[in-house]
Design a protein around this ligand. Structure first.
Ligand code: NAD
Length: 247
């Protein structure tokens, strides 16, 4: 229960890695705001699962690519919880295609959600965290942001950009006791990877020294650690959760 008394906002918390993060933070004692953009029903399931382990939780609809929506979301969290200790920028999309066929709108969608969306949430969270003189920001990047991947130029650019964004913000906020770190998952078993063509999944699996996909809970535990007091002196880091893929 190392997050007892903390409040958290997790973007894209209705399913997959985001849901596992909400649950792990709740299990460790945090009150959790579950952001979603699509299905209210799925977000409500996450909320119920958090409440089932004794945590306060509520769902918040917002498209992270919208500045107004992100500001309203932060306001709603502050009204409900009174403060924000932990922001997890998890919401993300993929629109995979080889460069020659990649449409400009698919480039924009991925950058606007994965990179600009995180920027907007971080910007909205900065002010209360700086005021509190404490805070934890964790963003979900990807091993693809470190290594690149054919067919994922847009996704890799968004995830590499997120690392630059996070490291720079870590330097800006360090003196205010706000840490900013990133996790970089490898191949995790979620709806996103279920949509991969079999040949692409097999190639990725072959590059994992541990020889298997990770679970959403593997990522969630790393996020919970970076959000905890135990990680108070860690900032600007990228923690790979990838079975050795990026080594
Ligand atoms: P997922 O598709 O299951 O979940 C993505 C979540 O983001 C969904 O809840 C979706 O509704 C939400 N989302 C998408 N666009 C949004 C928007 N505009 N506003 C608010 N929410 C939005 O995928 P996942 O595998 O759980 O991925 C979670 C994060 O982890 C993503 O950032 C993804 O890029 C990253 N990641 C996943 C893997 C993997 O192998 N699954 C590997 C590396 C990184």
């Amino acid at each position: 229960m190392r997050l007892t008394g903390k409040t958290a906002l997790v973007t894209g918390g209705s399913r997959g890695i985001g849901r596992a993060i909400c649950l792990e933070l709740a299990r460790q004692g945090a009150s959790v705001a579950v952001n979603y953009s699509g299905s209210a029903g799925a977000a409500e399931q996450t909320v119920q699962a958090c409440r089932a382990v004794g945590a306060q939780a509520f769902a918040l609809q917002a498209d992270v690519a919208s500045s107004a929506a992100c500001q309203a979301m932060l306001q709603a969290v502050l009204e409900r919880f009174g403060r924000l200790d932990i922001l997890v920028c998890n919401a993300g999309v993929a629109r995979d295609e080889l460069m020659l066929r990649l449409r400009e709108e698919d480039f924009d969608t991925v950058i606007n959600t994965n990179l600009k969306g995180a920027f907007l949430c971080m910007k909205a969270a900065c002010r209360p965290m700086v005021k509190q003189r404490c805070g934890r920001i964790v963003a979900v990047s990807s091993v693809v942001g470190l290594r690149g991947n054919p067919g994922q130029t847009n996704y890799a650019a968004s995830k590499a950009g997120l690392i630059g964004l996070g490291k720079s913000l870590a330097k800006e906020l360090a003196s205010r006791n706000v840490t900013v770190n990133l996790v970089a998952p490898g191949l995790i078993d979620t709806d996103m990877t279920a949509a991969l063509p079999e040949v692409a999944r097999a190639a990725l699996l072959a590059s994992i020294p541990m020889g298997r996909m990770g679970a959403a809970e593997d990522v969630a535990r790393a996020v919970a650690f970076l959000a905890s007091d135990e990680a108070a002196y860690i900032t600007g880091q990228v923690l790979c959760v990838d079975g050795g893929m990026a080594v």
